[in-house]
Structure formats: C-alpha cells, structure tokens
Design a protein around this ligand. Sequence first.
Ligand SMILES: Cc1cc2nc3c(=O)[nH]c(=O)nc-3n(C[C@H](O)[C@H](O)[C@H](O)COP(=O)(O)O)c2cc1C
Length: 190
Amino acid sequence: MYKIAILLGSVREGRQSQKAAYYINNELDKYENVEVKFVDLFQLNIPMFSKQLKPGDEPEGKLKEYSDILRESDSIIIVTPEYKGGYPAVLKNALDHVRDEMFFKPVAVASISSGGFGGSSVLTQLRVVLLHMGALPIPARLPVSYVQDVFGEEGQLLNESYKDSTDTFIKRLLWFTEAIAEKKKQDNNN
Ligand SMILES: Cc1cc2nc3c(=O)[nH]c(=O)nc-3n(C[C@H](O)[C@H](O)[C@H](O)COP(=O)(O)O)c2cc1C
C-alpha cells in the first residue's frame, strides 16, 4: 500500500482549485494499492510560520496533524492555484513549516487557473522551492485551464479531455512513488 497526500493550496472564499483536487482524489481511490490523505489548508488552518523547530522537537496541534500526514506519505500531490504568476502565500507558509517530511519524496504538481495558461508560472516556481526542500518534483504535471468549466462541485469531470492527462499524471506519480518507496525499503533492510 502506498500513501499519497494531496495538499490543496487554495483557501480563498469562492475557490475553484478544490474541485480539481477532489477529482484527482476520486481517481486515486480507484487504485487498490493507494491510500489517500487529503490536506485542505483551509480546514487545517495552520498558523503562520514563526519558529523553526530544532531537530527532535515535535510540532503540536494542527501542525502535528499536518506534519504526520506528510511524514507518513510516500509521495505528495500539490494542487495549487496560480496567484500573480506564483504560488499562494498559504501554500508557501505550509511548506515553510516542513522539511524532513518531504525529503526525497516524489511530488507532482497540478497547477490551476481560471484562464487559459494552466498555471504554468506557478508550476515553474513551485518546482524550484521543492528542489530547495530536497523533495523530488516529477516531470509529469497537470496544468488545468478554465478550472470552473472543467470540474463540478464534487470533482465531477465536465470536460472529458482532462481524463487522459489526469490518468497519465497519476500513473507517472505512481511509478516514481513505487520506485522510491521500494528503494527506501531495500536500504532499510541492509
Ligand atoms: C489574488 C489572485 C491572483 C491571481 N493571479 C493569477 C495568475 O497570475 N494567473 C492565472 O492564471 N490566474 C490567476 N488568478 C486566477 C486563478 O487562476 C483562479 O482564482 C482560479 O480559480 C484558481 O484559483 P482558486 O483556487 O483561488 O479559485 C488569480 C486569482 C487571485 C485571487
């Protein structure tokens, strides 16, 4: 069983990105060897980063819940809107709270836009941040344009052209998830 965390980086009133995240979650649920944990930064409402924990220190409360989900995951999908050509502050805040939790883990980015460019700028910027964290952003991406026309409220697919791209996105992430998780197991057994 592989554990995949979905990290939703949109907290805006009237947000749209959660619809893409729900669709990805629903598609992942079809895999019997995958367990999904959904991290909605709006619901979790973690504090603004103000203190770097020392090695060995345990985070508390909501931060612990968040940290544990990422720590236990084999890989992570970040679903993020593009704001002003970059990532939302709430997502960067969430990433600033963690370090080891994401180290050497495959991360796939779904970039969400209400316009026609599929959030290509946030994808580029977020990958740089992830590399600085020692995470492994994978080559596969899921750029979503005109998100409001692509998914329904519960993540139903309204535009069939996103079926294949989402399937490929998930399959490629699973490839990296399995490869890295198995290598880590081998290393631990030696
Ligand atoms: C503050 C702000 C800045 C935005 N900047 C961009 C942008 O640079 N590029 C873009 O494609 N969409 C931009 N958008 C529109 C988002 O693509 C749109 O809100 C979309 O629905 C995804 O974000 P959401 O989860 O907040 O709904 C912006 C939206 C907001 C609220």
